[in-house]
Design a protein around this ligand. Sequence first.
Ligand SMILES: Nc1ncnc2c1ncn2[C@@H]1O[C@H](COP(=O)(O)OP(=O)(O)O)[C@@H](O)[C@H]1O
Ligand SMILES: [Mg+2]
Length: 505
Amino acid sequence: MGDDKNIGVMVRVRPLLAREKSDSSSLIEMPPQADKGKVILKSRTDKKGDKEFIFDEAIWSFDEKDDHYMDNTSFYAKSGPELVDHFFQGYNVCLLAYGQTGSGKTFTMMGDDNNAEGFIPMLVEDILNYKTRLVSDKINCELKFSYMEVYNENVRDLLYDGKDKKWRVREHPDTGPYVEGLKEFDIESFKDFQKYLKIGNRNRSTASTMMNDKSSRSHAIINLYLKQTKFHKNDDDLEIGKIDSEIISNIKLVDLAGSERLSKTQIYGQQDRMKEGSLINKSLMVLGRCINVLSRKTTNNTNEMIPYRDSILTYILKENLGGNSKTVMIFCVAPLDYEETLQTLNYATRVKHIKTRAKQNQIKLSNIRMDWDEAHKNDSIVESLKEEIEVLNEKLTQYEVSNETEKLSKMISFLEKQLTESKFQNKYLSSKIKEMEYEKQELQDHNRYINSLLRDNLNKEVDLKLQHQNQLVENQLNLLEKQIILNQQDLEVFLNDFSPTSVYT
Ligand SMILES: Nc1ncnc2c1ncn2[C@@H]1O[C@H](COP(=O)(O)OP(=O)(O)O)[C@@H](O)[C@H]1O
Ligand SMILES: [Mg+2]
């Protein structure tokens, strides 16, 4: 079962650069809201040259004063979290940035040296947070990072610091093409990621052209590999339970080389650059050819072969272009270049038709059982094998050796599983302890709060009692006063009526 979906297509237009300021209006328009995904390309010379396109998203980054302007953060917020979800659901994911040199591919993917963070760092940050949250669900995540470039039709590992070496692309029957021996590093924290990214970026080959000093003529591919190990849920809150299943997925993040034609960069006459340029064009050309065939395939059922193997780039991206992957392409365009933008948008239109079929890579693990007696016997088997080797013919020896290898690799995978289990048990318990400490802290805070309430209430009660008594005393005083007045009045009446003679009569 797979999830058929078209490749997501987004177009982003960058702002004017300092050197472009004399020309101030953009040839590209993206009407806000109501026309979601609409891109209009205007011709300065001929009205008939105006073109309209509809894509999944149109990302307006031309003028920050506009309401629908999007910086890297809002662009990420729009499209990043969905990719993270897919990734954790066990789908392969791919994001490719395409466009001419200087159109904003690297700015979008990586950010810049100043303060704009790019899509990739934001994505990794989200993934790391997600990973931490899963610990309390008894899911262990291993995240690995690799970084390579395809340059002159060669793969280069950007995290490899040994002597020059040739990397080969091989194809796995289940998971598709991969680069053999590519270095992969565990990413536990954002610091780890920054460290490896920096090493990789430093190793990227860049050479200057007239168009953009730091422009890169290589394709950069970051791969994030995720293995999620689910442990059985059981009632015991402090035990992780046995391993239940594994989910494996990867994200490829690709910053493609500039798509401009050779003449644009004025590199004619420079032999090396020519060679470089034409080979880059080879990878991009083949990418274009694959995209053409793929988009024809979904519109009319052709039996055409897709020429993935004609270039290294397309071979590596085989699954992401036409296989098991949820794939999104961001097409970056500069605001003042009609010809290049038209080419890019036509290209993007073809990509829109391509469907990929993503499936969740979940593996239910049957319990690997280990027979220790059997394993122990291996020692003697190996011993006797040693003796026999001299007498057995080549064929038989090889057969035995492969049998042994099988046993050993079984043992290794068993031990690896045990190791994962105990490592995760630790991780899980420390997260529990953290949770409990947090709860304890909360209880203490609450306690303090209740105490202060009690104290306040006590004070209030005493106050009330005093007030009440004051009131009582006051009332009595009032009564007394009234009585005195009454008495006085009585006395006065009595005195008025008093006739002294009556006393003597
Ligand atoms: N959305 C954007 N906002 C601001 N500046 C941008 C944006 N996109 C590109 N730029 C600037 O344009 C220049 C070229 O962008 P860059 O990403 O290097 O192009 P590319 O990688 O396609 O060759 C850089 O100076 C970059 O900072
Ligand atoms: Mg770039």
